[in-house]
Ligand binder design. Structure first.
Ligand code: SF4
Length: 347
């Protein structure tokens, strides 16, 4: 433990820490839900979902007993849907165990719980001396200690793991972990950290050496893949719409969607689409959606079919148009449907 560092960030946390609903409790179920939601979501957006989730599933037993569709519906719009599926599976594991696991190793064995989340739950709910290590911690430690070891190599990760454990205030792990998380999120931010007002400015190596904006170091950048989605809003004259459920092995597993033609080269041409679906119209185009390693480009065609048993139609499930909102769909598609409805029904 580095006493100056620990004292200063804990003091800073008392004065500046965020007042968040999951900080008011040590209940492991609530801490777990909040940590999973916050894995890839900003606090402001996550807060809403946290309340919604706990309202719908107040206890782990409620979550375990829910259907996958119900869980997905509450999660809809939050992205990274494997988190919801894992929460659901882990809830069943916990119910089977008969209690929420209270050791780091057991918590780490829950579906979807990695080192970071296990350390957060273990320290906050059970006071166990486990240090969290995430992007915030990498950044704060690499700057404070002036370390230019790349954080995305296995040797770098090992080194930072050891450092994080070493810096932990083992007597107050919950306080320390929450303090370093907030310090990274609010003070020592990725861009424009508030060094001028930082309680660590006297001892921060990166600041002394003028390297704040260079740290932390990453050895390589992740490549972003372009994907082109042409959705089809296929509708009968009676207002029935064709939807499909997405399968395993790709983004949005288990969510519903309109039938889709995908390409990696660029959007499918209108001529090609009209050959298959004569008379279709392009109603939405130019929508994009950024995922961590993928950039999705999407458009949507409208096609009215007189007979839903036509053999050229894709597989799927026919539902009434006003039932669409009962099916969990990715945020991109919800935006498309909203835009399309304003185009074709002026809703
Ligand atoms: S002085 Fe700047 S770089 Fe150093 S810990 Fe504080 S905010 Fe981060």
């Amino acid at each position: 433990m580095n006493e100056i560092f620990t004292q200063e960030i804990e003091k800073w946390y008392h004065q500046n820490g965020r007042h968040l609903p999951w900080r008011e409790t040590r209940e492991p179920y609530c801490i777990w839900i909040s940590e999973i939601i916050l894995q890839q979501t900003r606090v402001a957006q996550g807060m809403d979902y946290y309340h919604r989730f706990l309202e719908r599933f107040p206890k782990v037993e409620d979550l375990a007993a829910a259907s996958e569709d119900e869980v997905m519906k509450v999660w809809q719009g939050l992205g990274y849907y494997s988190r919801a599926r894992n929460l659901h599976a882990a809830a069943k594991q916990i119910v089977e165990m008969g209690h929420f696991p209270d050791t780091y190793e057991e918590i780490r064995h829950l579906r979807g719980v990695g080192d970071y989340t296990a350390a957060a739950i273990a320290s906050i709910s059970f006071g166990l001396p486990r240090a969290v290590l995430d992007g915030n911690v990498y950044r704060v430690l690499s700057r404070y200690l002036g370390l230019d070891t790349p954080i995305d190599t296995s040797s770098g990760q090992k080194m930072f793991r050891a450092l994080a454990d070493e810096m932990l205030d083992a007597a107050h792990p919950a306080l320390y972990n929450q303090a370093i998380m907030d310090f990274g999120a609010l003070q020592c931010t990725p861009q424009n950290p508030l060094c001028m007002y930082c309680p660590l400015q006297e001892s921060c190596v990166a600041l002394a050496e003028g390297k704040v904006n260079m740290l932390p170091i990453k050895s390589h950048k992740t490549k972003v893949r372009d994907r082109y989605f042409s959705y089809l809003y296929i509708e009968t004259k009676d207002g029935e719409v064709l939807i499909q459920r997405r399968g395993a092995g790709d983004i949005w597993q288990g969510l519903y969607q309109l039938p889709l033609i995908e390409s990696t080269e660029g959007p499918v041409s209108y001529d090609e689409m009209a050959k298959k679906y004569p008379g279709c119209t392009l109603v939405v185009q130019g929508m994009t959606h950024q995922l961590s390693h993928q950039l999705l480009h999407a458009e949507c065609y409208h096609f009215i079919v007189s007979d839903r048993s036509r053999d050229y139609l894709p597989e799927g499930q026919w539902i009434k148009r006003d039932e669409l909102e009962n099916f969990a769909m990715p945020r991109l598609l919800l935006r498309i449907i909203e835009k399309m409805f304003s185009e074709i029904y002026h809703e």
